[in-house]
Design a protein around this ligand. Structure first.
Ligand code: 3PG
Length: 205
């Protein structure tokens, strides 16, 4: 099975696109690609997000686009139908893990504690989202579980920013860090797409 890490191609951050408009979603994705990124995540938290994901796939060639905030098998299917290149979930249940296990694209199931990690591991997953990273023990937690779960790697998200991203990236069991800090709401309000590109460039350096 293909893994999330196979898509990263050296990219250190997983920028999150949170939008309520298809057009804005495409603009954000273009700005992120302009900032040197090849992989982004669209979180499915608005009416427009699935359509935004599809539009990004159509209008931003070369960009790999994941679907985030997938919490059940219906949304999972919709994300796959919309063309998602990978799937991210904020949390897990046995029902969701059952559905995720059948996926032909890479999946990052969301975990926040050792019981979650063990459960996701039992379903065959070795790469996981750690969420909400800042509230669940931060980089210290990920460092702390490295010897207990030596085969598991993480993409932490939640509270990650320009200041603390290196604390996570310095760890061997961190694949990349995710978050919204590279796409600030005020930049969207003012259509300052170049700020997004610049933040992505800096975050991935
Ligand atoms: C996520 O879905 O991973 C979070 O919403 C990202 O959290 P952040 O906004 O703190 O980066």
């Amino acid at each position: 099975m293909m893994l999330f890490s196979d898509l990263l191609n050296g990219q250190k951050i997983l920028p999150i696109i949170q939008t309520s408009s298809v057009e804005e979603g495409v603009q954000i994705a273009k700005a992120m690609q302009e900032g040197g990124l090849n992989l982004v995540e669209v979180v499915l938290r608005s009416e427009a997000s699935l359509a935004a994901l599809s539009a990004i796939k159509d209008q931003v060639p070369g960009l790999l686009v994941g679907a985030g905030t997938v919490t059940d098998s219906d949304v999972l299917q919709q994300a796959i139908d919309a063309g998602a290149d990978f799937i991210v979930t904020p949390a897990i249940s046995t029902r969701l893990l059952d559905a995720l296990s059948c996926c032909k694209i890479p999946v990052l199931p969301g975990v926040s504690n050792t019981a979650d990690i063990l459960l996701a591991k039992e379903f065959g997953f070795t790469q996981m989202k750690f969420f909400p990273a800042n509230l669940s023990g931060g980089a210290a937690f990920i460092k702390g579980v490295a010897t207990v779960f030596p085969t598991i790697s993480f993409c932490p998200t939640g509270g990650i920013n320009a200041e603390n991203r290196q604390d996570y990236l310095a760890l061997n069991n961190v694949l990349a860090v995710g978050g919204t800090w590279v796409c600030q709401p005020q930049w969207l309000e003012n259509k300052q797409w170049q700020h997004i590109s610049q933040a992505c460039k800096e975050a991935n350096s």
